[in-house]
Design a protein around this ligand. Structure first.
Ligand SMILES: Cc1ncc(COP(=O)(O)O)c(C=O)c1O
Length: 501
């Protein structure tokens, strides 16, 4: 049996295999495990990250390495890289979780009031109680007000669902597509490069990946001819029913121009596609010539018939200036969804009971920020601006450093939290990678990790044009650490280029 499963076992870390070998297997074995789960890959937490974790332990255990720390530039987790939480958010969370604090004198009045309002909306006035499956009504109303202020157009609070992070909302909506249409399996258009939640979830749900390539030479813009090509090719084998757009982009860091968004909406309308607008980085725009436009706003302003496009947009508390990844909060807004379908979606969500209350509270703070004149306003503004200004500075530092390295080409990081440089690898490096049984970009990233302790994600984890090599690094290490990382990177690359000329 082990021989026949050898090829499957390669997807599992070795400790899993030991457990499977030694424990009673019951009815669930590799033979009968959902094959989509075996196929599913998620590069952001893949083998490099597992190795990085092992190196951290080895260093802590006193092993000698050519570096004294591991720098985790692989995941968009701002607080893990020492970004400070926003005081107002943590104070509201603290008061709501431990209401005795509301009685104490140490908290600002607006914090106490916010916590009281939220608690009034919680069953038993406790954050420990289940909430409605699509979230606390008061907070959904605040999110609708946030969207109205952002876009200048009406938002219906009943079309807003609070979720356990954007991932949770995205998965719920993707799941609606698990069906054949006219005997054809469903396919969904995803950008390449893309954030691997999409490829992983489509694989998990058995939905086809209909890839469209972003244009690196045009700053990762989205070309409508390429969308047409992708749709036409995809339609040969699949019923293509939706398109995912990530704006600002992960891993590519571009911010779509308004005209580009208009063209995508017209394309989606023509092909009858639901648009997944992944807008979790809407607060992360650094480039002075770029501006974030939501799909909802552009679609509404295009007017009929485009304003009737089906749209699901997603937001998260993990990104922006908050970086509250571990508290798991986010929201989605559904526009022009068939009401009966929306009812079934809400029903399916209710089977998961509710998103975490603490994450919902953070959503409330992001949607309804302290107002000018309120006690928390000044500190809020100061902290928010400090985070965003520093991210902007780091986004520029990184692009400048990479573009100064021979064989690197890095587009401007207009937004989000990542740089995705293209790197030329010599035929010698490609041969060495082949001999090591690794893709060239994976080989490069492993060598960087083993030699310098810097953990990045190879471009193949996000998808890239065949024959091109990239990697993604976050811009999240704080400035002194980022400087150290870039200096080390530069030296490593020079040595690597000499070793594989
Ligand atoms: C583009 C994009 N969408 C969604 C998510 C998921 O965010 P959350 O932590 O809210 O689930 C991420 C996380 O990195 C992301 O980059």
């Amino acid at each position: 049996m082990w021989q026949s499963t050898a090829s499957r076992r390669q997807f599992l870390p070795s400790w899993c295999i030991v457990i499977i070998r030694t424990k009673s297997q019951g009815s669930l074995t590799l033979e009968n495990l959902n094959p989509n789960i075996i196929k599913l890959q998620y590069a952001v937490r893949g083998p490099l990250v597992i190795r990085a974790g092992a190196l951290i332990k080895e260093l802590a255990g006193g092993s000698s390495k050519p570096f004294n720390k591991v720098i985790l530039a692989n995941v968009g987790d701002a607080q893990a890289m020492k970004q400070q939480p926003i005081t107002f958010i943590r104070q509201v969370v603290a008061c709501a979780s431990y209401p005795n604090l509301i009685k104490s004198g140490s908290m600002p009045a607006d914090v106490k009031q916010r916590a009281k309002d939220i608690l009034k909306s919680c069953a038993g006035q406790s954050v420990g109680a289940y909430t409605m499956s699509h979230g606390i009504e008061l907070i959904r109303r605040h999110v609708a007000e946030y969207i109205e202020q952002r876009d200048g157009h009406k938002a219906n609070w009943q079309d807003i669902c609070l979720t356990a992070g954007a991932s949770n909302g995205i998965k719920h909506v993707l799941e609606l597509f698990c069906n054949k249409v006219d005997c054809k399996p469903t396919g969904i258009m995803i950008p390449i490069p893309q954030y691997p939640l999409y490829s992983a979830t489509l694989t998990e749900f058995g939905i086809g990946h209909i890839r469209y390539y972003l244009d690196e030479d045009k700053g990762w813009a989205l070309d409508i001819n390429e969308l047409e090509r992708s749709f036409t090719d995809g339609s040969k084998t699949h019923a293509v029913r939706a398109i995912v757009v990530i704006n600002p982009g992960n891993p590519t860091g571009q911010v779509l121009k308004r005209g580009n968004i208009e063209d995508i909406i017209k394309f989606a309308h023509k092909k009858n596609l639901l648009i997944f607008a992944d807008e979790v980085y809407q607060a992360n725009v650094y480039d002075k010539d770029s501006k974030f436009f939501s799909f909802k706003k552009v679609m509404t302003e295009l007017g009929a018939p485009y304003s009737c496009c089906a749209l699901a947009s997603f937001m998260s508390i993990s990104k922006g200036y908050t970086g509250e990844c571990g508290l798991r909060g986010g929201w989605m807004e559904l526009c022009n969804m068939d009401p009966k379908v929306q009812e079934h979606l809400y029903k399916a969500m209710s089977a998961m009971l509710c998103p975490p209350t603490i994450g919902q509270i953070v959503c409330d703070c992001v949607a309804k920020t302290p107002c000018c004149g309120e006690p928390s306003y000044e500190l809020w503004e100061k902290e928010r601006c400090a985070v965003l200004d520093s991210l902007k500075e780091r986004s520029e530092m990184i692009v400048q450093a990479f573009n100064g390295m021979k064989g690197f080409k890095c587009n401007k990081v207009q937004g989000a939290m990542y740089a995705f440089p293209r790197i030329e690898l010599s035929s010698k490096a490609v041969e060495a990678a082949k001999a090591a049984g690794k893709a060239p970009d994976v080989f490069y990233a492993f060598k960087l990790l083993e030699d310098c302790g810097i953990c990045i994600v190879p471009g193949s984890g996000f998808g890239q044009k065949p024959g091109t090599y990239h990697f993604r690094t976050t811009i999240l290490p704080q400035k002194p650490l980022l400087k150290e990382m870039l200096d080390t990177f530069q030296k490593f690359h020079q040595k690597f280029s000499e070793q594989y000329p």
